[in-house]
Design a protein around this ligand. Structure first.
Ligand code: CA
Length: 596
């Protein structure tokens, strides 16, 4: 690896939750590549003065250096800062004894930072998610601990744990410690006062520093972390993030290279779609092959392009929605749509593979982004289908309700379809029935609707036959099937048939009343005729309910499809989430500088 790493830097400081004034300050000079944190101490706002004097002295001293800045120059700058703070303290009694810490970071090479510190302000490096402390505190207790004179527990509770063994300003002289940091892309360097390290755990710092999106946000989040941890001291943070020079954001990479690479291969995509036989899909049946390719495949290609360019999913969603709605509105089969979408996805996959073979980086981008766009189209299709199925579902609900109401009729027949044999009618009843047939048939004719009239006449004749020749017995089902299937209507038309049955019964009964014979004879004839008509009616009802059963069954199958579809939608959503996660973490996508 070679070449300079770009650095992005952000700083933040806060007085904390307890103290009224902020004696910390920080330094971010991007032009000089100089960053630092100072934590001042001393009464009557002297700490603020000490930190500011030291900071300004360091800036001035390093600005005056001709040539390269290294350890000697930084040592000299810190000594000068210490001398200036000391001199300032000497000038005013109230400022006696004031001092400050300093942790500095200076860019000294294309990839090298030089870290210097005095006091207990710290430097950390976060590399590949792991936080390591680069500085050793200059405190009495830390030195005792290092010499083995104290253990960790004793150090934590030691009364002098905040007493510095080195600082800038309490004496004119000072001696910094140094450390070189060879940066790798993605490294994050943290400088902070003890207001952070004393109020946030290493683990919390590690997570916050690693998870932040940029240096300024990281600095602010770390300050917030200390405040949440109590904020018992001033807290100051500078974050340096090392990245590649001039690396565009991920979205820009997709915009500029991914979308362009995809669009450049538009013809290849259309060729693949053609060779997958896409134009043969019934969805394209009204289009010529070239129209099908240009419209169905071409529009998808464009939708994907726009979504890549704009980093949205709206165009592929609209594509999926329109395609599906158009197809389902023609009562199209979902399997056909599924096959078409699969063919298009296969064509897109071939294009992505093609791009990948010539440009690995862009190919890697597109291997996630394009399937994601197609998945969005899929989900839009599923959404439209779900809407359609919801309508079917409510129709099923209605059919089920009707079936439930009619179940008592169909499953436990209250009127037997076959009545017990009765004696054949005596001759005078037969004469009455025959006379009534003639009159009733005559009444059925001459209406405004000859076809209906003939059904009425048919019903009367069948009822008469049952009443006269079979002693009131009639195969109602058979008769009903005949009436429905081969009657004058020639098709299943239930309502007109029921009307005809009503009319036939009325005509037949009133004809019996007018027929020759005594009251007893007429009553016997009427009873036979009514039984016969009732059997015809029951038979018809039975046939109607029975003929509805296959429709109800197919609706039931549709319910199962809905359940399967829902499962598919859930699966797709999970897939999408997975892809988005990959989209976030795809190696080679993120600029080597890490999250930008
Ligand atoms: Ca402090």
């Amino acid at each position: 690896m070679s070449g300079a790493l770009s650095l992005t830097v952000g700083g933040a400081t806060h007085a904390g939750q307890v103290r009224e004034n902020n004696e910390d300050c920080y330094l971010v000079d991007e032009q000089a590549g100089l960053y630092g944190v100072f934590d001042g101490m001393g009464g009557h706002h002297a700490g603020e003065v000490a930190a500011a004097v030291a900071r300004d002295a360091v800036i001035a001293a390093l600005a005056a250096v001709e040539g390269d800045v290294g350890r000697d120059e930084i040592s000299a700058a810190l000594r000068r800062a210490s001398a200036e703070v000391f001199a300032e303290a000497e000038r005013r009694k109230a400022r006696r004894g004031m001092g400050t810490t300093a942790v500095l970071c200076k860019r000294v090479g294309p990839r090298t930072l030089l870290l210097a510190h005095v006091g207990d302000s710290r430097g950390y490096l976060l590399r590949e998610g792991r936080l390591q402390q680069l500085t050793a505190d200059h405190t009495i207790v830390a030195e005792l601990l290092a010499r083995g004179a104290l253990d960790e527990d004793e150090a934590r509770s030691h009364p002098y744990r905040a007493v510095l063994s080195r600082n800038l300003g309490s004496q004119a002289e000072t001696r910094p410690d140094f450390r070189d940091v060879e940066l790798q892309p993605g490294d994050r360097v943290l400088l902070c006062s003890d207001g952070l390290s004393g109020y946030a755990s290493d683990q919390a710092i590690e997570q916050t520093l690693g998870g932040a999106t940029d240096a300024a946000a990281a600095a602010k989040e770390l300050v917030d972390l200390a405040l949440k941890g109590g904020g018992g001291d001033n807290v100051t943070v500078v974050v340096v993030i090392a990245g590649k020079r001039a690396v565009p954001r991920r979205t820009q990479i997709i915009r500029t290279s991914g979308a362009a690479a995809w669009w450049e291969r538009r013809e290849t995509f259309l060729d693949h779609a053609r060779s997958h036989g896409m134009a043969a899909s019934p969805i394209c049946s009204v289009l010529s092959e070239e129209e099908a390719i240009a419209i169905v495949a071409g529009n998808l290609c464009e939708a994907v392009y726009r979504d890549l360019e704009q980093t949205t999913g709206i165009h592929t969603w609209t594509y999926g929605e329109n395609l599906t709605a158009g197809w389902l509105d023609q009562d199209g089969d979902f399997d056909v749509l599924r096959r078409l979408l699969d063919d298009l996805a296969a064509a897109a996959g071939a294009v992505v593979a093609d791009i990948q073979s010539s440009d690995e980086h862009t190919g890697a981008l597109l291997s996630v982004a394009v399937p994601r766009a197609l998945l969005v189209a899929d989900m839009a299709a599923a959404n439209v289908l779900a809407k359609h199925l919801r309508q079917v579902e409510s129709a099923i609900g209605q059919v089920d309700a009707v079936r439930a109401r009619s179940a008592s009729l169909t499953e436990s027949v209250t009127v037997p379809l076959e009545v017990p044999r009765v004696d054949p009618p005596p001759p005078e009843v037969v004469a009455c029935l025959d006379a009534a047939l003639e009159e009733a048939s005559h009444g059925a004719g001459g209406g405004e609707r000859p076809r209906e009239d003939s059904v009425v006449a048919d019903c009367i004749a069948r009822a008469h036959k049952a009443a006269r020749e079979h002693g009131g017995r009639l195969d109602g089902l058979m008769a009903a099937r005949e009436l429905l299937g081969t009657g004058a209507h020639g098709e299943l038309a239930v309502a007109p048939l029921l009307d005809a049955l009503d009319r036939a019964r009325a005509l037949h009964v009133s004809a019996i009343k007018r027929a020759p014979g005594g009251a007893e004879v007429k009553a016997a004839a009427a009873r036979r005729v009514l039984v016969a008509h009732r059997l015809l009616c029951c038979g018809t009802a039975h046939v109607v309910v029975d003929s509805g059963r296959p429709i109800a069954d197919s609706l039931r199958e549709a319910t199962e499809s809905i359940v399967q579809l829902r499962r598919r939608v859930v699966d797709n959503e999970q897939k999408l989430t997975g892809l988005e996660r990959r989209f976030q973490t795809q190696p080679g996508w993120a600029p080597p500088g890490g999250r930008e």
